[in-house]
Design a protein around this ligand. Structure first.
Ligand code: NAD
Length: 514
């Protein structure tokens, strides 16, 4: 570890040993620069200075990656391996990710500004994704339907082909694993386009996959700007699938651009999720969860409970206690294990979030935060910011901020809570806190969201569906649903016994009986 003082002790910058200064594509088993030599700068969010360049992929680089993926797919070297053999490679990948979890977390924290303890948890979750899908493909069964004495139909599952995987900058390595594990488990060959703000941890995949024994050309990575490399991947005629996680507006554009070739699409998009706290809730647990729910991962979390709806009778107490806790949250050097909120990913994003904070000051009552914390004069730091009394018409109630900013709004009764919860275009997640379980289920069912947590914190068994409704996404991943997305399910029909077909054309020849 090298520690570089930036002039202020509190903003000490931790620079990982052996930090690369240039990041390349990984195409057909080799590291490559762009055909035209284009690069872009990559910065860390504590100093906001470039620490590396990355190859900026263009259509020619994406084409080379897709061709390599297609060749490996057509050869059957991976797609036709028995599930058990693929699972062994996936388990080795999991082992390697686990063995390098501290290094991964260190690089991820440096590149994204995520607190180190949370980045470590994400690295371990990435390993778990591979182990989980290894187990799943070995245990997988396919449907067969028998009509006694007449026919049997069965499903012949096959990988779709070349999958384009496009990922965002929040928890990049873990979210990449979320797509890589099921696509590879299914037997697809892939081209990954990581987010341009945070390409560092993705550069580790090449070595991990090679060491684990994934055949050449099955995994390819093209770095680059979304509108260039991402766009080329979406429009390439040979990528049969696009799995995208990112902003809703980007998802809408990708959806349009995929139409020409009618690709399979999985879209995990933005959110503005409600946390509904009834007066009879376990207040302590609800406070812990609603604080963690929006301030963990720097608030750069798709499932963040960024709107807290609180029943009127406990509203004042809740706001007071929530604000007191928010003011106590430790903001600072992301590499310090005591840090709870680190630096936001990029100065452009930081400016956008600060813009919302200023808007919030005109729309609600600021009760905590509201700007740069003291003692952190450089880096993309924002004090956890809490607005109370936010009306549902406010922009900070309606729009995804994707930072450590929360809106609290009172409600009168259950109907009012449901109305407010659903009064946004998004529908990713919802959280309900009440000790009346009948009401808890009723409200959970009424919330327009792909996922609801009832008296529970944002944890998810990997077998359950993940995905949003409304503007938050299209399709559900998780467990077998992910494998279904990356697979064709061909139906094969076989006759048992006599073939009963009307004999067209046989009448003229006098061959039809009766
Ligand atoms: P983004 O949409 O700006 O970028 C996501 C990815 O898309 C990047 O790799 C980017 O380069 C690429 N891209 C951009 N324009 C493209 C284009 N025209 N064609 C193809 N690719 C293009 O999103 P972001 O700012 O990186 O991530 C934050 C967003 O992601 C938030 O809205 C968040 O809610 C969402 N998100 C959703 C989930 C979920 O599971 N629902 C999970 C994490 C993040």
């Amino acid at each position: 570890m090298t520690t570089v003082e930036t002039g202020v002790e509190a903003t000490t910058r931790h620079v990982p040993e052996g930090l690369p200064t240039h990041l390349q594509h990984f195409i057909d088993g080799e590291l490559r620069d762009s055909v035209d030599g284009a690069v872009f700068g990559v910065l860390d969010p504590v100093s906001n200075q470039d620490y590396a360049t990355a190859a900026a992929g263009q259509a020619a680089d994406v084409d080379a990656a897709v061709q390599a993926a297609q060749r490996s797919f057509d050869s059957g070297v991976w797609a036709e391996k028995p599930a058990r053999a693929r699972a062994r490679v996936l388990n080795r990948i999991a082992d390697l990710v686990e063995a390098s979890d501290s290094r991964l977390a260190e690089l991820e924290t440096f590149d994204t500004g995520l607190p180190i303890t949370q980045a470590l948890g994400q690295a371990q979750r990435a390993a778990e994704n591979f182990r989980f899908f290894a187990d799943l493909i070995v245990a997988q069964t396919d449907d067969a339907y028998k009509v006694p004495g007449r026919q049997i139909n069965y499903v012949n599952r096959k990988p779709v082909g070349v999958a384009g995987l496009i990922t965002p900058w929040n928890t990049p390595f873990m979210l990449e694993s979320w797509k890589l594990a099921p696509s590879l488990a299914s037997g697809c060959s892939v081209v990954l386009k990581p987010a341009e703000f945070t390409p560092l941890s993705a550069s580790l995949w090449a070595q991990i996959f090679t060491e684990a024994g994934l055949p050449q050309g099955v995994f390819n990575l093209v770095n680059g700007i979304g509108e260039e490399a991402g766009d080329a991947l979406v429009k390439h005629p040979q990528t049969r699938l696009i799995s995208f996680t990112g902003e809703t507006t980007t998802g809408q554009l990708i959806f349009r651009n995929s139409a020409t070739h009618l690709k399979g699409m999985s879209m995990e998009l933005g959110g503005k999720s409600p946390a509904v706290v009834f007066a009879d809730a376990d207040l302590e647990a609800a406070l812990d969860s609603t604080l963690f729910g929006v301030f963990s991962l720097n608030g750069e979390r798709c499932t963040a409970g960024s709107r807290i709806l609180v029943q009127r009778s406990i509203y004042d107490e809740f706001v007071e206690r929530y604000a007191a806790r928010a003011k106590n949250i430790v903001v600072g050097n992301p590499h310090d294990p005591k840090t709870e909120v680190g630096a936001l990913v990029h100065p452009e994003h930081y400016e956008r979030v600060l813009g919302y904070v200023e808007i919030g000051k005109t729309e609600g009552r600021l009760v905590a935060g509201g700007g740069r914390p003291e003692g952190l004069p450089v880096g993309n730091y924002l004090a956890p910011t809490v607005f109370a009394d936010v009306p549902s018409t406010a922009r900070i109630f309606q729009e995804e901020i994707f930072g450590p900013v929360v809106a609290i709004t009172p409600f009168e009764d259950e109907a009012d809570a449901i109305r407010l919860a659903n009064d946004v275009k998004y529908g990713l997640a919802g959280y309900v806190w009440t000790s009346d379980l009948t009401r808890g289920h009723r409200v959970a069912h009424a919330i327009e969201a792909g996922m609801v947590w009832l008296n529970s914190h944002n944890v998810r068994d990997l077998r359950s569906p993940f995905g949003g409704v409304k503007a938050s996404g299209l399709g559900h991943e998780g467990g077998y649903r992910s494998l279904d997305f990356y697979s064709e399910q061909q139906a094969v029909h076989i006759t048992l016994g006599d073939v009963h077909t009307a004999r067209f054309g046989a009448a003229a020849a006098g061959e039809i009986d009766g």
